[in-house]
Design a protein around this ligand. Structure first.
Ligand SMILES: *Cc1c(COP(=O)(O)O)cnc(C)c1O
Length: 384
């Protein structure tokens, strides 16, 4: 999956770093673009998955909008060249300053998650002489059957507005002078690999839009968020996710009114497979019962295994020896700094290089400086 000429270069390079296969990124984006645009769907890239400049540029080149979860992400998107009219702003805890940034930039929509938030946006917009475009993030109570830490659309979750509040929210939409209802928004979770979950979501969306119709509230757009999962166990055989089935599921099941637009916010599925975390074996340590590969990258660079018990395939790029069983661990002073336990890797020595696959999404963006670690480098195939 990584061309031999790149591996030869890695041997001479300081590790750890993220490596991005830009050809795979462009192919992934092209596929998502083709499969969505045939139905006239709009795609926003969820910047929080990966915000490095070449990735952002590829998303802008594809004509995608952006999905932001902070004021800084909005500012970054504007500076990079996303049209402000294609920027959605989500988040349960938007600060006053972030709301002002969004209003100053005339973004596409505030995806609002609570009644008090709507009231504050109305007040700030009033003070600034603006009308805020609002999409209501609704909690549809659909179980995405993914890891509980990355579920967002169940009724006991902090995200979104629940059915109980519909009447009150409808009333606010009619009466608040500086709010304009544009649409409704959903995002039920991440790493969803069962396409039938999106069919279930579509049917819920239909039921919810009919409530808005009955109450005379017009929706210009419906935004169904992101969440399409990727293959962490066999990335080689599924380097591009099944965008065809994903968009088709919505096209087959969601009922749109004439002129109504369907929007998506894809993060992981666009960038996950193009990135790999490259790390070197520092020491092979024989423990009492376990053999450890102690590597130079840790939870400070890639925290997903430690934070969500996420599985990433780990392979040796330099050893051709028969496989042996290892715990692959980082150098950070925490016992949780473990990438994988009891996995098979080609027998390794000090200096061997490992690739931790499928690390393009929620990888570098979650890096920390704990233990005074330096910023993690990012290497792009276009520049090697
Ligand atoms: C994180 C997020 C996304 C992207 O989710 P993926 O699972 O990476 O596709 C989309 N919309 C919202 C509101 C988000 O918070």
């Amino acid at each position: 999956m990584i061309e031999p000429r790149f591996i030869e270069q890695f041997r001479k390079m300081e590790t750890p770093f993220y490596f991005y296969d830009m050809n795979l990124l462009r192919k992934t984006i092209e596929t998502a673009k083709a499969e969505s645009s045939q139905y006239g769907f709009e795609v926003h890239y969820a910047l929080k998955a990966n915000n490095c400049d070449p990735v952002i540029k590829a998303m802008i080149d594809a004509g995608f909008g952006a999905d932001c979860v902070s004021g800084n992400e909005i500012s970054k998107c504007i500076a990079a060249g996303f049209p402000s009219s294609k920027i959605a702003f989500a988040g349960v805890g938007k600060s006053d300053r972030e709301i002002e940034t969004a209003l100053e930039n005339n973004i596409f929509s505030f995806n609002c998650e609570s009644i008090p938030e709507i009231e504050v946006i109305n007040e700030i917009a009033g003070r600034m002489g603006k009308i805020a475009p609002v999409a209501l993030r609704i909690n549809p109570d659909v179980d995405p059957k993914t890891h509980e830490y990355i579920t967002t659309g169940l009724k006991d979750n902090k995200f979104g507005i629940s059915y109980r509040d519909f009447d009150e929210v409808g009333q606010l939409m009619r009466t608040l002078p500086n709010i304009q209802l544009k649409g409704i928004h959903f995002h039920i979770g991440s790493q969803i690999t069962d396409i039938s979950i999106f069919e279930t979501l579509s049917l819920k969306v239909n039921a919810i839009t009919s409530w808005f119709d009955k109450n005379g509230l017009y929706l210009e757009h419906i935004n169904v968020g992101g969440g399409l999962g990727i293959n962490y166990t066999d990335p080689k055989n599924e380097s591009i996710p099944n965008f065809k089935a994903y968009f088709k599921a919505f096209n087959d099941h969601i009922k749109l009114k004439p002129g109504q637009q369907l929007h998506f916010e894809l993060g992981r599925s666009l960038v996950g497979q193009c990135g790999q975390f490259i790390t070197r074996v520092l020491y092979v340590k024989q423990g009492m019962e376990t053999q450890f590969l102690i590597v130079d990258g840790g939870m400070t660079e890639l925290i997903r295994p430690m934070l969500y018990k996420a599985h990433h395939q780990i392979v040796s790029l330099t050893s051709k020896q028969a496989e042996a069983k290892y715990d692959v661990v980082g150098p950070i002073c925490e016992s949780t700094d473990v990438f994988a336990k009891g996995i098979q890797v080609n027998a390794s020595q000090r200096g061997d290089i490992l690739a931790i696959r499928t690390a393009g999404a929620y990888g570098q963006v979650m890096a920390s400086a704990y233990n005074m670690r330096g910023p993690v480098k990012e290497i792009f195939s276009d520049n090697l």
